[in-house]
Design a protein around this ligand. Structure first.
Ligand code: ZN
Ligand code: ZN
Length: 90
């Protein structure tokens, strides 16, 4: 099958597995039941918090330490085994 560049993906609601029909206040794809939900901060692999930001090309996570991360990347981040940089340890 030929991939068409720029074709919109079939996006699912961030909060459940239904297909997304709208966006929440953060610009995150959501279903009608979850449009009032907000995505909470996530812990980056570096140990800092990442906040959801609304970007030109959709929402993304912004880490105070290492900069913007795509949603996909942030979601797939292995936060279980992350190693905190020594200087950030208490
Ligand atoms: Zn939903
Ligand atoms: Zn980071």
């Amino acid at each position: 099958m030929k991939k068409i560049y720029g074709q919109s993906r079939n996006e699912n609601c961030y909060f459940c597995s239904k297909s997304a029909t709208t966006l929440n206040s953060q610009g995150v794809p959501s279903c009608i039941n979850h449009k009032e939900n907000t995505v909470e901060k996530k812990r980056c692999v570096c140990g800092f918090d990442m906040e959801v930001k609304k970007g030109k090309y959709g929402p993304f996570f912004l880490c105070q330490n290492c900069g913007p991360k795509s949603f996909e990347k942030a979601e797939n981040m292995d936060t279980q085994g992350f190693k905190l940089n020594k200087k950030y340890r208490n």
